[in-house]
Structures are given as C-alpha cells and as structure tokens.
Design a protein around this ligand. Sequence first.
Ligand code: FAD
Ligand code: NAI
Length: 472
Amino acid sequence: MPGPYDVVVIGGGPGGYNAAIRAAQLGLKTACIEKRAVKDAVAFGGTCLNVGCIPSKALLFASERFEDASKHFASIGIKVTPEIDLPGMMGHKERTVDQLVKGVSFLFKKNKVDPYFGTGRIVSATQVELTGPDGTKETLETKNIIIATGSEVMPLPGVTVDEKVIVSSTGILSLSEVPKRLTVIGAGIIGLELGSVWRRLGAEVTVIEYLDRIVPGVDGDVAKEFQKILTRQGIKFKLATKVTKAEPGASGVTVTMEPAAGGAAETLETDILLVCIGRRPFIEGLGAKEAGVAIDKRGRVETDGHGRTNVPGIWVVGDVTTGPMLAHKAEDEAMAVAELIAGKAGHVNYDVIPSVVYTHPEVASVGKTEDELKAAGVAYKTGKFPFTANARAKTVAEKDGFVKIIADAKTDRVLGCHIIGPEAGNLIMEVAVAMEFGASSEDIARTCHPHPTLTEGVRQAALGVDNRIMQM
Ligand code: FAD
Ligand code: NAI
C-alpha cells in the first residue's frame, strides 16, 4: 500500500497542484491524483491549463494581433494585409498548453510530489481509493486529504451540448473553422472573452443574456461602458432574454428564446451555439458526502473560511468550494491550506482578490463595487479618470475606458478599484497591493508614478477621490 502520506491532494488544477507543491516544499510527504488524460497520459493543470485560462488567453492574444494588423496598424502608419491561418493559431494554443501542462509534472518531480493517474475517492479521513485508467484499484493512506476537484460547465435545460454545433467553453476553443454566425448564451466572462475571439476572426456574434445587463458583479459604470465598446466592435446583445430550446438541424442550430419577464417567443438561426451560463462545483464520484463532508445547497464543499471542512483532516480549495471561481483564488487557498497543515500561519484575504476580463479593452476589478457599498450602507467617495486624458494611452492609440477608485468617506482607505482600459489587468495590481497594506487613496496619489505610463491614470483617479485631478 503506497504511503503513508502526510497529504493526498485529489485534483491537479491550480488549487491541487499548488497545494501539492507547497506541502512538499514544507517537508510533507505528498501525493497528487488527477484523472484528466490527454493522449492516454495524465494531464495535470486542471481546467485552467487544459481547457480554461491558458488556451483562451492564447486565442485572445492571437486574434487580437490579427485585429490589430487588419484594423489598427494602418492608423499608425503600417500597411499590411493579414490572413488568418486557423490551424496555425490552434497550434500556438496547443503548444502553449502542452508546455505548461508538462511544466506541472516537472515541478512535481522537482519538489518530490508523487503523481498518480486516476480517479480519487475518499474512503475515510485517512484513506483515498485510486482507480487507475485501466480500472486497477489501490488505496493511499494519509494524514490529510485536500479536495481540489474543481468545477464543470453548468448545463441549461432544453439545450444539449454536443461539442460540435452546440458547444461549451471547451468546444469553442477548438473549432475547425470560423463560423459565419456564433450565438452565445450568457454575457459573462467566458461569453465575452470567447465571443471576442471569434468576432475578431470574422464571425457575426450575438450574445443572449438573461439579465438586463452584461457581466453581473462587475461595477455598473464599467459594465455600461464595456457593453458600448463591445457593441461598437460588432457584438450584438439581446438582454433580458431567456433561451428555452436549441435544436440542431441541417443548417445549424435553431435557438428559441423569449423575454425573461415572459412574452412571445422568437427564434434565431446560428451556425454555432456557445453555452456559458456559469460553472458548478464538481464532486461526482468523490465520496465526500459519504465520508460525512458537508456540502451546501449549491453543491459546494463547505469550509470554515480557512480551508477546513467539517471532517478533521479533510481540507478543500478552489472552484469546488465557496468564493469566486478563479485560478489565482484557488492558488491562494492552496498555499494557505498547505501552510496550515504544516502548522504555519496561512491565510487568504478574500477582500482583495482581483478579477480580470481579457477582452480588448480589458476589464479589471478588486474590492467592493459602489452597489455593494450602497447595499452595506458604507459612506464612500470616488475618483474617476478617463484614458482619453492619459498621455501614454494617446501614444499607443488607445482612447477607451477609465479608472475608478473607491475610498471610505471617513478614513480614505481604498475599498475598491474598477478599470476598463488598456492593460487593466496589470494596472489593477498596484491598487490590490495598496489595499493589502491598508493604503488610503492619498497614499496612491502621493506615490510618484513614471511618465508616460498608463499607471498615471490610476494616480489621477486617486487624486480624484479628493477632487484634485490635475490632468483633466
Ligand atoms: P480545476 O482547474 O477544475 O481542476 C480540478 C481537477 O480535478 C481537474 O483537472 C479534474 O480532472 C480533477 N478531478 C476532479 N475530480 C477528480 C477525482 N475524483 N479524482 C482525480 N481528479 C479529479 N480563471 C482565472 O483566474 N483566469 C482566467 O483567465 C480564467 N479563464 C478561464 C477560461 C475558461 C474557458 C474557463 C472554463 C475557466 C477559466 N478560469 C479562469 C477559471 C479557472 O479555470 C478555474 O477557476 C480554476 O481552474 C480552478 O482551479 P481548481 O484547481 O479549483 O479546479
Ligand atoms: P459567468 O457567471 O461569468 O456568466 C454567466 C452569465 O450567464 C451571467 O451573465 C448570467 O446572468 C448569464 N445566465 C445565467 N443563466 C442564463 C440563462 N439561462 N440564459 C441566459 N443567460 C444566463 O459564467 P461563465 O461566463 O460561464 O464563466 C464561468 C466562470 O469561469 C466565471 O464566473 C469565472 O469564475 C471563470 N472564468 C474566469 C475568467 C477570467 O478570470 N478571465 C475567464 C473565463 C471564465
């Protein structure tokens, strides 16, 4: 019987592989079990590396370069006539994924994590049964188990994903040709990122959203500006609309929808239908419930806020538990749980988890939105600065978007920041670090920012909290 281990991690995504590496670094004898296979070999890296963050960002990068070359280069004095080589783009995506997936196995070897290929099932707080790809079973003895089994696509009643014409986020990453018409159900992060990829490559994209706004959870001002920009780029939106049925036929898919509040149904024909209405925790076959682990009404493994489940010795990280379904949140929890198991002080600051939508322009946020603060009755001030007034944005031919900083009305402590604009995903980190240190907007405003950079937009927004913007 292999082991005994100090830690057995079930699931090899950003939550699982980071937990395993950190635990091993802390001197704990660690195993990580992953069931995902690519070409009959184990593929660590989870949703993120295999069918999520990484392949989507590779395609976002390539399609954005194509759009730059075809639409934007001329305005800065470069004449080119680019052509799409879709197999070439897919090759870039596949190489990127392959290298990073292999990188996890390399890191396991380097840090002495024992990798296991197969499905893990919790038998008790000290035993995990492993079923290998050929069906053979063995039991791993362990002092601690970390559940890191991630999430899966949320199904939509009446719409059956076949990964051919009705696709999930996985199928949309591997289309063999650019569809003439792409319809997306859900104006969330996946719909807007992957809708943007195929729009840039030539598809007519229509996004159907149940709510009367896009990207719920994102600051309202930012969402409005975002919708305006995406509409200008050519994406069509049908808001406050619900899809009731989708039927594949000879000429694509017939989508039936009706107003969310009720009313007459209408249909739309499309070549490809992407379903992306959210993700749900994945615990199928895990044996967690049977082992007494508490699961909440939404199917998430419950924790005490520090990764402990109700069963001593069983821990949880990542998408399968509460909180935003983001790779970096899973990674933070992974580090914290490994450190807690090793008797150290691990913690995650759930108030400072940045979120980025990798469209162009990017949308990034950290901390509270105005709506959340209003609902909580917190008095706040805001400072807002548009990129039209930022020198660097002008030099790089960017004009859309703004930075908004929200600070406590009494203490001036920064409570949130919301950015739509070029490099928003990088710009947000200055404010995230400031928030980790409990900074005020005055602290950001008094920090010297290099000229000419987009970061000056962040500084001007911070000055704006006290009505002291100088460059507008
Ligand atoms: P996962 O990555 O889902 O990993 C869980 C792993 O556990 C899987 O590989 C699964 O096969 C394995 N597993 C499950 N059950 C068992 C079992 N019983 N035995 C063995 N193995 C098992 N997040 C970001 O932060 N930035 C992004 O840009 C981003 N882009 C995304 C794009 C797309 C298209 C999608 C779908 C998601 C994206 N995400 C992004 C979300 C991100 O992928 C997840 O938040 C992240 O992968 C969660 O990590 P995890 O380790 O909790 O779970
Ligand atoms: P999402 O939660 O971001 O968006 C789903 C959207 O679908 C919402 O706008 C919701 O109102 C809408 N919706 C729900 N039911 C609907 C229905 N029946 N009809 C029409 N619309 C409906 O979920 P999405 O886009 O599937 O992404 C899942 C998760 O993956 C994200 O929440 C995020 O955690 C993660 N992700 C993160 C990325 C990033 O960080 N850049 C990129 C992609 C995914």
